[in-house]
Design a protein around this ligand. Structure first.
Ligand SMILES: Cc1ncc(COP(=O)(O)O)c(C=O)c1O
Length: 440
């Protein structure tokens, strides 16, 4: 069954992967700053926002990206192999796109219900019952969102009172802590370590709980580390949440992307957890639909009510055309998910084995589409490594410290790019290692 990557049919002429790294850089910059949609104009506007005193303190308090300068460099270069951007290189499978086109042709271009198309909610609820073994009521507990990004914002704003603490893994997706801070909360990072496969240690989480802790935000498989959570760790985390009466926000965006026979369990499937978990999912990664901006949120009805209130005033409804495309993705997208996952797996093996062969210690990533090798042994810090790699060999990776202090000394490399490009990138990285301080 055909899956097209972006350098094959359907890619537009101005696709960043065709023309070099300009768009890729700015997309990644937006992603790592957590300012999705800031786009290539982002840098100046964001700098100005940092300086502006008219901007609310809550917004000013969110740190800008430490790697903005780095992405500015990428934007000025040609022929960069980008392992930097965290999105599929595949084009949205054609039947899914066609469903969107059909919706336009049929004039389905108006608002939907605030909750989203009932048909779509019902289809997702059936799919989740099959895959997760959890039943959510599509009328009372399920909302179609503008991607998981909106779901995160809704979840945070619905539950956080000023000063409430939310525990997050360090390193983690760069938008997680900002979502908490923008909602008036305090993000409390708990360190995860390479030596433990970047798994979240329930004892460390429990030690971080204070009387102000409102919630725990988990996101496994992990961006940026590729780590998964073993069932035993998940059960222990659920136990911590129950004993301390915490809400769990579970970002399940990579739930379909696990490899090597690993079976992912969503935390809402554990006993007593559905009632305290806001589960967020979407189509961006699993179905190569990042630009459609559609996802879903499932939550117990009281929390759901709070999220819906924000969504109906802030967003009205998720994009209608994208909802029809998502409906097709749920109905008929499975074979594409499987085909893309198989291809990611091939690339994953190449990449993490390749890093280890080069002497860059890399734990086996078992989920998502990222490898997170250590660059400590080169003598460069992660930012210098990424900068040198870009300037000398035109390969873009993201410094691990962009995802939290515990990410420093590592870089994130995304293998949602072609096998051949990964081969070439590894060769170039090998060349860079000759210049590295410790090689001298
Ligand atoms: C962990 C994680 N959550 C959420 C998102 C955003 O997902 P969406 O495109 O559905 O808004 C990303 C995108 O990189 C991500 O890595």
């Amino acid at each position: 069954m055909p899956i097209a990557s972006n350098d094959r049919p359907f890619a537009s002429d101005d696709d960043p992967r065709r023309t070099g790294a300009a768009g890729a850089g700015s997309a990644a910059a937006a992603q790592t700053t957590g300012s999705a949609g800031a786009g290539s104009a982002g840098s100046t506007a964001l700098d100005a926002a940092d300086r502006a005193t008219r901007v609310a303190e809550r917004v000013q308090a969110v740190p800008g990206s430490g790697i903005r300068r780095f992405f500015d460099i990428i934007a000025s270069m040609d022929h960069v192999i980008s392992l930097g951007v965290g999105e599929p290189d595949f084009v949205t499978p054609w039947p899914i796109s066609e469903a969107g086109i059909r919706a336009i042709e049929q004039g389905r271009t108006h608002y939907t219900s605030n909750l989203g198309l009932l048909e779509l909610r019902e289809a997702i609820a059936r799919d989740l019952e099959r895959r997760y073994g959890v039943e959510w009521d599509p009328r009372e507990e399920m909302l179609i969102t503008t991607g998981v990004s909106e779901g995160l914002d809704l979840a945070a704003r619905a539950i956080i009172n000023p000063g409430d603490e939310v525990i997050v893994a360090d390193p983690s997706y760069a938008a997680h802590a900002p979502a908490i801070m923008l909602a008036g909360g305090v993000a409390v990072p708990v360190e995860t370590r390479a030596s433990e496969g970047f798994s979240l240690d329930p004892r460390v989480v429990e030690a971080a709980v204070t009387p102000k802790t409102r919630a725990l935000l988990i996101a496994y498989p992990s961006n940026p580390t590729g780590a998964v959570l073993e069932r035993s760790a998940l059960e222990a985390l659920a136990d911590v949440a129950r004993r301390h009466d915490l809400i769990v926000i579970s970002d399940e965006i990579y739930d379909r992307l696990v490899y090597g026979g690993f079976e992912h369990t969503p935390i809402a499937a554990l006993p007593g957890m559905k009632e305290r978990t806001i589960t967020l999912g979407g189509f961006s990664k699993s179905h190569a639909m990042t630009g459609w901006r559609v996802g879903w949120a499932a939550a117990p009805s009281d929390l759901f009510g709070g999220m819906l209130k924000i969504h109906q005033y802030a967003m009205m409804s998720a994009p209608t055309v994208a909802q029809y495309a998502a409906l097709e993705a749920v109905r008929a997208g499975e074979e594409y998910v499987v085909a893309m996952r198989e291809e990611y797996d091939r690339r994953r093996q190449l990449m993490w084995r390749g890093f280890n062969k080069l002497g860059l210690a890399c734990a086996e990533p078992r989920g998502a589409f990222y490898a997170f090798p250590s660059v400590a042994q080169t003598g460069y810090d992660d930012e210098t490594f990424a900068e040198q790699l870009l300037l000398r060999e035109q390969v873009a990776v993201v410094p691990g410290s962009a995802f939290g202090a515990a990410g420093s000394g590592h870089v994130r490399a995304c293998y949602a790019t072609s096998y051949e490009e990964i081969e070439e990138a590894l060769e170039r990285i090998g060349r860079l290692l000759h210049y590295a301080p410790l090689a001298k």
